[in-house]
Write a protein that binds this ligand. Sequence first.
Ligand code: ACM
Ligand code: ZN
Length: 536
Amino acid sequence: MKRILMLFVALAAACAVMAAECVIVPRPVSYEPQKGTLPLTSKSVVYVADKSLVRPATMFCDYIAAENGLQLSVVEVAPKSKGAIRLSIDKSLGEEAYELVVAKNGITIKGGSEQGVFYGLQSLRQVVLHSKGDDKKAVECMTVKDKPHFGYRGGMLDVCRHIFSVEEVKRYIDILALHKMNRFHWHLTEDQGWRIEIKKYPELTKVGSMRKETIVGRNNSNRYDGKPYGGFFTQEQVRDIVRYAAERYIEVIPEVDMPGHMVAALASYPELGCTKGPYEVRTRWGISREVLCAGRELTFEFIEDVLDEVVALFPSKYIHIGGDECPKEAWKKCPDCQKRIADLGLKDEHELQSYFMKRVENYLATKHGRSIIGWDEILEGGVSKTATVMAWRGADRGIKAAQLGNKVIMTPKHFCYLDYCQTSDREGNNEPLCGGGNGKRQLPLRKAYSLDPYDQLNAEQQKAIVGVQGNMWTEYVPHFNHVQHMILPRIAALAEVGWSYGNQNYEDFARRMHLLRKLYDKCGYHYATYFFKGIE
Ligand code: ACM
Ligand code: ZN
């Protein structure tokens, strides 16, 4: 009997330790369990000391109602009773930092700004879900002090290869917010479809947003589905999405990819191409040799007009102007492009691309006060010091850019491309068709987690790394459930690299992922289950 009792005590102690373990993803800077619990019921209130906190507080109540069935309410008058959740801004904390204290007499969240409070609420959301009880939750007492390592924590969505509804884009943004990510990079223009309404150029959406059919299966299948495909976002819808993201402290960075990946624009306005067409919106994936003519002024007028409208829709500091995968064959044969090279005394077509990107950067800076991001190809032929480089082909490109003194966002494909397969044994696991060297490359959760954005950089160069990003290319991802399958749970790994760098531990992350999965379930997210089944 005594032995059974001792076993019981030991088991109870083990459970208590387990219950006191941190449940928060991404991992906070410091987490200290305290003794006792706080009861949370539908009578509990969220008190906001500052009017600006009403919105995040209301959003938190909505999360708690949907995920736990508890209907909390927001109050702006300090409650006399114990047990309230008290939110306030404490400017002595960093902008995105927060402190969360769960004590027996109440919960307090202080944030360095509204955004910091919002992150504290995201952490509390996870804590509440894992608290015992139904109508009366027993929230474990704890002290959490937290702030992100990197200021830029992004997720990209390609809506060109396949388009998604406004509601689906908002869901993508919800997923970013849950993981405390703060940038949504929206890839809006491509060879296979132009997806943003530009009032001055109506053909972009009349012609450029539709392709006549789509390749079936891999890019070399030579089979097409025969079905017209397309769509676009109106300016009204874009504004709605930008607003929705801002309410979740996420800045939307639009990408207008140039001078390559522009076939949809060329199909709409053939005079923008070196051969002047005819062109058609591309129906298969890969890289097109047809690109914007860099020799004629008309091209720059077009780009400037488009960017004028884009800038008016997106208040972001950065505008992404692409720059990737621009073959130079058309420029080599084009008299206008060759004349530009000769007139400017440029060495070659790489320098012509550099001229193109710098000219557009200069326009955005002088006319609109915006900065640019470009894919790492902008390093070729010379890059301006003020451009931010998105390193995608490999971390080495980011290292090179950092050594040059440019700001860098790390999104090396081997760690950050969420269109890559998630398991090695794809046949056995029935993974859907995926990208990455025709599906040859794999990116399991563990590998995404192992990204080291500072690898090989000295202390000075590390300062150039502003953050990390996961990229969701959608050639093989036609539906939003499939998008979720690709980004979840890997986006959590990248979020933890971005937020918790220097404080990471894969085993502990894996433990917390099993808990976060319950939140994904509550939200109805269609996450991939390979990791949860122990498959890599
Ligand atoms: C890219 O993957 N072409 C940036
Ligand atoms: Zn040309």
